[in-house]
Design a binder for this molecule. Sequence first.
Ligand code: RNT
Ligand code: ZN
Length: 418
Amino acid sequence: MPRTEQEYRAARETYAELGIDTDQAIETLASIPLSIHCWQGDDVIGFDGATSLSGGILSTGSYPGRARNAEELRSDAVFAFSLIPGKKRFNLHAMYAETGGAKVDRCDLEPRYYEGWIEWAKQQHIGLDFNPTFFSHPLAESGWTLAHPDNDIRDFWIRHGKASRRIAQSIADTLKDHVVNNLWVPDGYKDMPADRLGPRLRLKESLDAIYSEKLPNDRVLDSVESKLFGIGSEAYVAGSHEFYLGYATQKAIGLCYDMGHFHPTENIADKISSTLLYVPYLIIHLSRGLRWDSDHIVVWNDSLTDVCREIVRMHVWDRVHLALDYFDSSVNRISAWINGARSTQRALLYAFLEPIEQMRAAEEQGDFGTRLSYIEESSSLPFSAVWHHYCETENVPYGPSWLEDVKDYEKKVLAKRP
Ligand code: RNT
Ligand code: ZN
């Protein structure tokens, strides 16, 4: 019997003694989709002619090998998928339209420009998600889009928002699957505003216009994403947390929590149970805030564990859509995808293997010392043997040997891109 199998059997017994079914944990984990963001592969540049990123977000670094077109992005992603366990989706932004060289402005985008992606998704047996792109565009230069004081500019972006919902609908209908259509706008001020209300009124009106169009079925999962601040919008962001919490509740649409969009000591894990009482579903943008940056590569840290714990303990993985969101151009971009995705999977598995029944029982009896002891003791249970087994059942390497594959791909493919 291979060593990993022996180790797994022993681990399974250890967990069984605590009433934890490792086989069941693995089976459930393998069915929870993770939406992998296309934009890590090309530094959030897209295909519509932008040369740099705007909107208060920044991808820094100049590691070679950025994907320059759809073919490269797709093959890089397929390669990354081969080293990530679990069920995958792919998250597109409107600016990744394939227009065959034609200049099509954001307000005129149509489903046909995403056929390449849809065909590819079919081949890969994965679902797609979508995002309108309200940045990296001449009409977003000022940092304002849906809350812009100018009617014409606002109208342009409303048309883009509407077009994106139709595209999401068409993708959903073709793939016969749901599509998360997540909206984020950068709109904000660098310094102290005189009027905090005006931009929010305009943003609300624009959103109302976008969502006024009734879609034919409920396959499109609309969601709105808040932010505390961005680069150049340090003082004020129109789409704040309170703004969108109210909006999503009122409209009964989804709310997107980006882990990097809150105060540094604020953990979104504590918000999930409250918000799910009022909104139909949540999107989590898995990210890592580091000082002033909200978009570092996801690693398995306490915030990630806490978010996964909440989802697993409440059994809400059908109502919480997990999506990676970060960008780093200073490392091999494929390793960035793989690290974030594998760490998310690790944290979810860890959450499934906690002695939660014992902790709940202790809590009910007011025995908080026992509750804490279970949390602490579970950190040295044979988690890694279960992780190894999970990776094997998913046909991906269980240890850092995937790095060799990535290095090989870098040499054969990425290094040849000028
Ligand atoms: C920006 C938001 C948003 C973007 C992507 C590219 O602060 O997090 O989700 O990262 O849309
Ligand atoms: Zn985000």
